[in-house]
Design a protein around this ligand. Structure first.
Ligand code: ADP
Length: 506
């Protein structure tokens, strides 16, 4: 029995041992599982944390993106407004109109509660040209605050904007207070000459704050305003100086017209006088010449030789006087348009040849060579032959007179478009610069040895010039002392003269 019970006890002990063993085994296994689960849980927790971080990042990025988008939209809006305003102000050159357009555009396109445009006048005083959202009585206070503010002044001098976005807090607050605008930009209006004014835009505290974009847009706007004002001022200057010039030209034209009328009047009086005197002289001269000739012919009895000789002198001097009077009469007739040019077709070359024939003896006397160069393409000209002869006789005659022995005279003619230019050149004594300006004046003769010995009237050149002008041409001269002189004149080709309707009344 004792063995049996010890046997049972032993059995129970073994069973308990086994059970404990199994329990221990089970426990160990569970702990491992718990550990595994704990590790998995930790992993999961970390993943959650990561996800949470990423979600936060996404939300943050989204917010930032929205903000950037807003800023971009605002800038785009600002640029659009800027483009509209600049188009508006750049299409006028009137300063007052620029400000009027700015007044409308600032209200319409830029949503600032307050705007102020200040411009310096000639005495460097600031004047208000545009004020929006600011009562008139407050404008002087605003202006004084901006003008006397050290920060604004320094920024303006540098040509920079001063704004609630970038200015130091203390400086910013004083403007915000004085101008009742917590958010603001003050920007200089610049032109080539420097600062010509400034613009202020601002909002009260409950409105959106000024950003860098706003500041940039206002800076661009002020440079556009500066440019537009500069253009308007330049235009105004040009316009004013043009008006001044026009007024001066009108004045001068009036003066010249009245001077010309006076000259015409004097010239007419002179022509009338010369014509009247010449007529009065011609009649008694003809009588003198007639009586002298009767006496010389001995019709009133025999005349002693010395008296005959004196009568001959009376005759020669009378002839000279008649020639002078005729030339004077011709000049005044041509001047007054009374002398009719009887235009007929004339060959220039033949005309020169005939004058050459006429003057050959005088040229031979002085052993002067004559050269003629007339272009073959010169057409027949419409000339009054007797008057044209006088031109050549006078010019070639003078050339012979003032060219020493063995010299040369050349007459050339060239065709240029619808004009023939004739040159009569000699290798004579020439004419000094002092004398050349008066050469075509009536009765002007250069004081030289030849003129002291040879008689002349000083009417030949003025008459030749008048005849050329009556044919529609012009005459001028070039000369070098001791080298020679060239007279140039033009004659039109196939240019009919305006009909001379006045009869020769002399
Ligand atoms: P005149 O021959 O009767 O003196 P003109 O009117 O023909 O009058 O000429 C005026 C003056 O111009 C002349 O006296 C002379 O001094 C000057 N003159 C004209 N032709 C020439 C010339 N070819 N060379 C130099 N002097 C000239």
């Amino acid at each position: 029995m004792e063995n049996f019970s010890s046997y049972i006890l032993g059995g129970l002990g073994l069973a308990a041992f086994v059970i404990i063993g199994i329990l221990i085994l089970l426990l160990v296994n569970k702990n491992e599982k718990i550990n595994l689960l704990a590790r998995s849980f930790e992993k999961l927790r970390r993943s959650f944390n990561d996800l949470d971080e990423q979600a936060k990042l996404i939300v943050k990025t989204d917010l930032e993106l929205n903000k950037a988008q807003e800023e971009l939209d605002k800038r785009l809006g600002g640029l659009d407004a800027l483009q509209r305003i600049s188009r508006l102000i750049s299409t006028t050159l009137d300063e007052a109109e620029i400000f009027s357009r700015l007044r409308q555009a600032l209200t319409l396109h830029l949503a600032f509660e307050k705007s102020l445009i200040l411009i310096y006048d000639d005495r460097r005083n600031l004047n208000c040209h545009v004020a929006i959202g600011i009562p008139d009585r407050n404008i002087p206070v605003f202006m004084a605050a901006l003008e006397n503010h050290a920060g604004v002044g320094a920024a303006m001098k540098r040509g920079n904007a001063f704004s609630s976005f970038s200015a130091p807090k203390e400086q910013r607050e004083s403007i915000a207070h004085a101008c009742d605008a917590e958010h603001f930009v003050v920007s200089p209006i610049l032109s080539k000459e420097g600062i010509i004014g400034m613009i202020f835009v601002g909002n009260q505290s409950n409105a959106a704050a000024i950003t860098q974009g706003d500041e940039e847009i206002i800076s661009i706007l002020t440079s556009q305003i500066g440019q537009a004002l500069e253009n308007a001022r330049l235009f105004e200057q040009v316009y004013r100086s043009r008006q001044d010039l026009e007024a001066k030209i009108q004045d001068r034209t009036k003066q010249l017209e009245s001077a010309l009328a006076e000259v015409r009047n004097i010239s007419k009086t002179k022509s009338d006088f010369v014509s009247a005197v010449s007529h009065e002289l011609r009649t008694p001269l003809t009588s003198i010449k007639g009586y002298a000739s009767i006496l010389m012919q001995g019709k009133l009895g025999n005349i002693p030789e010395p008296v005959k000789e004196r009568l001959g002198k009376i005759n020669t001097h009378s002839d000279n006087l008649v020639q002078l009077i005729n030339e004077l009469l011709d000049i005044s007739r041509i001047e007054s348009g009374k002398a009719e040019m009887n235009l007929v077709p004339c060959g220039l070359s033949a005309l020169i040849d005939s004058i050459h024939d006429l003057l050959t003896p005088q040229m031979k006397d002085k052993n002067i060579q004559f050269i003629k160069q007339v272009d073959a393409n010169i057409p027949t000209l419409m000339l009054d032959p007797s008057q044209a002869n006088r031109i050549f006789i006078n010019l070639i005659g003078n050339a012979i007179k003032f060219t020493p022995q063995g010299g040369a005279i050349s007459v050339s003619a060239k065709l240029n478009n619808d004009t023939v230019t004739v040159d009569v050149a000699d290798t004579g004594i020439g004419i000094s610069k002092n004398d050349i300006g008066r050469l075509f004046d009536e009765f002007y003769r250069v004081d030289n040895v030849i003129n002291q010995n040879v008689k002349g009237t000083g009417l030949g050149l003025p008459l030749a010039k008048k005849i050329v002008e009556a044919h529609g041409g012009r005459m001028w001269v070039a000369s070098t002392v001791n080298k020679g002189t060239t007279f140039h004149f033009t004659l039109p080709v196939n240019q009919p003269l305006k009909a001379n309707t006045q009869d020769d009344q002399t």
